[in-house]
Design a protein around this ligand. Structure first.
Ligand code: ADP
Length: 670
């Protein structure tokens, strides 16, 4: 085994790899861009080398700079993590040519399998079942359209170099083909520098099942069972699990065999994931092979008890596979939820900011958290805005899912908007619980619907007010800084106690709507009032949960005060309330004035309207590219485009006014 490793990556995966290295006594070298100078992976590594400016193209993606860093620190091997250069044969070759060990497959195997097209060409003769489609070299528009008509609609256009669902477009009918082909190529070019595409028949309501394989240089391959990644939003994985639930034994065995055969056919080495779609009839089709460690590898680790990074390092160092197939066992069930700084209410756009509060469910039994950030760290616009992966294990699927829900309830983030409420609701949805879902289920179900916080009932508002009181009183804290005293009496225990008629107001802001609940009481006994609704209860805090006892019924639920926000989970839905401090939010006012602003920094790739155009609510107005993804922005209401403030190709900052939308009356009056 080598004694030192450079990790050509950042974030949680760099931290994850460092963890295994520490256990194995391997010296670690981190690399970082200007944006990551103080990042957690830099803090954890034994050494760190600066690469360059924040954009990945000038830092994490520059092969020369990474090799240079390895030379300067005398690192013996390089682990690429996932993303960035992890699937670049040019990088793997350059590492090898520099006399270093690349922790991954040889570049030749990567070339054979890395492209969705070449992988199919290789695996078809090996008898691995493929989705019917076209993966030829001829990329002429007319040829592609002819092939599309042969395959039939609906079909998918995919980027040959694709990953993360980028570029992928579903085409329902021939008339849309040209436009969607252009969009796929644009996005593929921007994300991968390669605009080749392939076509696949659209499999109706499939599940996504993938098999973890490992192969060594001595011609042996094994699988570490499968993962189910069916819960997806626009082809991106949200919650993954292992094993795939409800598979007949013979299908499970056939999947494992097909994946191992794929690895052998490709003379593969190291860790790989063979992805399949499973149709309603239980038939499976190969879609692609990922020639790296996957984001969701921890669920496999949770059920097998194996350290996949350790396996990668051993195999890269020339050791044979650590275990034979019959010695690899799985136990129980595991889930992983991907916690992101993103705003479900704004089409899941990244939410940039500082992690003012970050409480992760570390220390819960059978829960693992992989993260690359700590409280106080920024979420920058330069990289994937993942905050953490939350992994929960249980003896069976139901127990594991319950544990995941608990772990999500114990997670609190302030400073950026997250998908926590969305994850929590998705994990609790009956269809997911019973696994009656397919890869398109979330999108059909309406992700916005699921992500939206339910409007709180008067009962919920009363509980929220009492929870605020209970949490405020339970909190130990220094006296408030003068002038920041925003929660009236709860902040001042002494004043509260001295008060003859203890009475306070809890001002709960849900969106733009303010609710004022009156609370009277002392000690543990309080009465909350809202209009004609009232709740007299005993309440307190125990084991991180708030308990409220009223009318002979005791309810305990997860609740926390995070900065100026109260977060609680009731009946499997997360609610959050801002404890109003007198300020309203600028964004809401801007929207009311009809200004259409960029929700995040990015590049305007397309303007879809011109001044004077009459638009309807929901109509796409512009396409913005940020984080190498294209997003369409839609009219928040009916109106007339009064003015446009940006040009196509222009780089804009968050909050830049893109265009003015006048109402029909305003337009008529002018
Ligand atoms: P990427 O490499 O961009 O992630 P994949 O080929 O792995 O793309 O596909 C990602 C997801 O897209 C799959 O998990 C599945 O949900 C959906 N998908 C891919 N191919 C098909 C298909 N032929 N029919 C239906 N859905 C598909």
């Amino acid at each position: 085994m080598f004694d030192s490793l450079l990790i050509a990556n950042r974030g949680e995966i760099a931290c994850r790899i460092i963890k295994t290295c520490r256990r194995l006594g391997i010296r670690t070298v981190a690399v970082y861009s200007d944006a990551d100078r103080d990042a957690r992976h830099v803090r954890l590594a034994d050494e760190a080398v600066h690469l360059g400016p924040p954009p990945a193209a000038e830092s994490y993606l520059v092969i020369g700079k990474i090799l240079d860093a390895a030379r300067r620190t005398a690192a013996a091997a390089i682990h690429p993590g996932y993303g960035f250069l992890s699937e670049s044969p040019a990088f793997a070759r350059a590492v090898r040519d520099a006399g270093l060990v690349f922790v991954g497959p040889p570049p030749e195997a990567m070339e054979r399998l890395g492209g969705k097209d070449s992988a199919k060409a290789l695996l078809e003769p090996a008898g691995v079942p493929l989705v019917p489609g076209y993966h030829g070299a001829d990329q002429d528009d007319r040829r592609l359209l002819a092939e599309a008509e042969r395959i039939g609609f609906p079909l998918l256009i995919k980027a040959t170099a694709g990953g993360g669902g980028k570029g992928m477009r579903k085409v329902e009918r021939a008339a849309d083909f040209a436009e969607l082909l252009a969009a796929c190529r644009r996005e593929a070019k921007a994300a991968f520098g390669d605009d080749r595409v392939l076509l696949e028949r659209y499999i109706e309501r499939p599940r996504h099942v993938e098999v973890q394989v490992f192969a060594d240089r001595y011609g042996q391959a094994v699988h570490l069972f499968e993962r189910d990644c069916t819960l997806q939003r626009r082809h991106q994985k949200i919650i993954e699990e292992a094993p795939a639930p409800g598979l007949p034994d013979e299908v499970r065995a056939a999947l494992g065999r097909a994946a191992t055969e794929a690895a052998l056919a490709a003379a593969y080495e190291n860790a790989g994931t063979v992805e399949f779609l499973l149709d309603r009839e239980g038939r499976f089709y190969f879609i692609e092979m990922n020639t790296r460690l996957q984001v969701e590898h921890p669920v496999t680790e949770a059920i097998t008890g194996l350290d996949l990074v350790e396996w990668q390092l051993r195999i890269a160092a020339g050791e044979p596979l650590p275990l034979r197939q019959d010695a690899i066992r799985a136990k129980g069930h595991a889930f992983e939820a991907r916690l992101y700084a993103e705003d479900p209410a704004k089409g899941f756009l990244p939410s940039i900011g500082t992690l003012r509060t970050l409480r992760l469910p570390e220390g819960l039994a059978d829960v693992r958290v992989d993260t690359g950030v700590e409280e106080g760290d920024p979420v920058t616009p330069f990289y994937d805005p993942m905050i953490a992966k939350i992994i929960a294990w249980g003896p069976d699927r139901t127990a594991a899912l319950e544990r995941l829900a608990e772990a999500l309830d114990a997670t609190q983030v302030a400073g950026v908007t997250t998908n926590l409420g969305f994850l929590r609701a998705a994990a609790a949805s009956p269809a997911f619980r019973t696994m009656e879902i397919d890869t398109g289920w979330l999108d059909r179900e309406g992700t916005e619907e699921l992500a939206r916080e339910p409007a709180p009932s008067p009962d919920t508002l009363l509980l929220a007010a009492l929870a605020t009181v209970a949490l405020s009183l339970a909190r130990k804290r220094p006296p408030p800084v003068p002038g920041t005293d925003w929660t009236s009496p709860w902040h001042r225990r002494d004043a509260w106690r001295l008060n003859q008629t203890p009475r306070g107001l809890v001002r709960l802001l849900v969106g733009q709507e303010l609710t004022i609940v009156t609370v009277e009481g002392t000690g543990e006994r309080f009465t909350a009032r809202l209009g004609e609704h009232a709740l007299a209860a005993r309440c307190g805090v125990a084991d991180g949960r708030v308990w409220i006892e009223a009318e002979g019924r005791r309810r305990a639920f997860p609740a926390a005060l995070v900065g100026h926000t109260l977060v609680l989970t009731l009946d499997d839905r997360r609610h959050s309330f801002t404890l109003e401090d007198g300020r309203f939010f600028a964004r809401g006012e801007e929207e009311d004035q009809g200004l259409f602003t960029a929700p995040m920094p990015g590049k305007v790739t397309k303007l879809l309207v011109a001044p004077g155009d009459r638009v309807r609510k929901g109509q796409p107005l512009a396409v913005l590219e940020a984080m190498k993804m294209e997003s369409r922005f839609e009219a928040p209401r009916d109106g007339i485009v009064a003015a446009i403030h940006v040009r196509e190709g222009e780089q804009v900052e968050e909050g830049t006014v893109l265009l003015d939308l006048a109402s029909a009356e305003e337009a008529a009056a002018s």
